[in-house]
Design a protein around this ligand. Sequence first.
Ligand code: XIL
Length: 320
Amino acid sequence: LAQLNKLAEAAGKLYLGSATDNSELSNSSYLAIISDTDEFGEITPGNGQKWQYTEPSQGTFSYTSGDQIVDLAEANGQLVRCHTLVWHSQLPSWVSSGSWTTAQLTSIIQTHIANEVSHYKGQCYSWDVVNEALNEDGTYRTSVFYTVLGTDYIPIAFEAAAAADPAAKLYYNDYNIEYSGAKHTAAVGIIDLIQTAGAKIDGVGLQAHFIVGSSPGQADLTNVLKAYVAAGVSEVAYTELDIRFTTLPYTAAGLQQQASDYAAVTKACLAVNECVGITIWDFTDKYSWIPSTFAGQGGACLYDENFSKKPAWTTVSSIL
Ligand code: XIL
């Protein structure tokens, strides 16, 4: 079986990629796999470009962590999905706990984005401009941004990003918007909100953090991708794919189910021309974010903790 990115490119996609993080890069076995462009044609920094690291106090910018990963991708000849500019989480408390006027918070968002996007200008294939603005029922999530600015913060952020790097593809990114329902409908509404404000949005990023055995079916996944395209974006992507076990250790039968769940996502992306690629939220269970966020859960990635390929890898490879 050939390697994933090579197959994805042959199938007409731009990339098959992986998230990574700074501390993992000191593992030489890990570094060799993440740097293999036949396997991964794209990298997303898992943390280093988030607000808490890039502007930890007002007006003080730091790009050390993000640069390490972007420089690695550039040295390898890989695309970078830059992640993320405006998000309620991993937001420094100087932003979240300030009592801002609308003018002040607008300026804070514009300054943050102008600085960060300019720093990475020309290096980002895309930016996740706004991340996770929605609740599960399709209402807007409470955050300092929404509380002070209402939905205006979204087009404000997209305008600022477009001004700083006109060539970067600008994405709205969220989870549980991969299948039909209230949150998907609301994400379609965000495309409209941005465009009605006269700002540019190029893509919708579907995180795709799924659970083995209750992952969405291929038909629904495909229809939802097409619905975003019909609503006016030129591309869509699975941006943080992983499919976790809620009970560990996993079984051989569980690994087969996981493989078929990964297959549905892969087939959905292949079925839609505008789906430019798939990013897995790290390729190995060794460095997955799942166990530290969902206690007792894990096994979500294509490679196990010893860097051996799991059945899901073989299935994805055979489909691509
Ligand atoms: C996660 C990182 O992988 C973790 O290391 C960090 O502790 C928390 O954030 N949705 C996103 C990503 O958009 O930024 C998150 O990444 C996972 C959920």
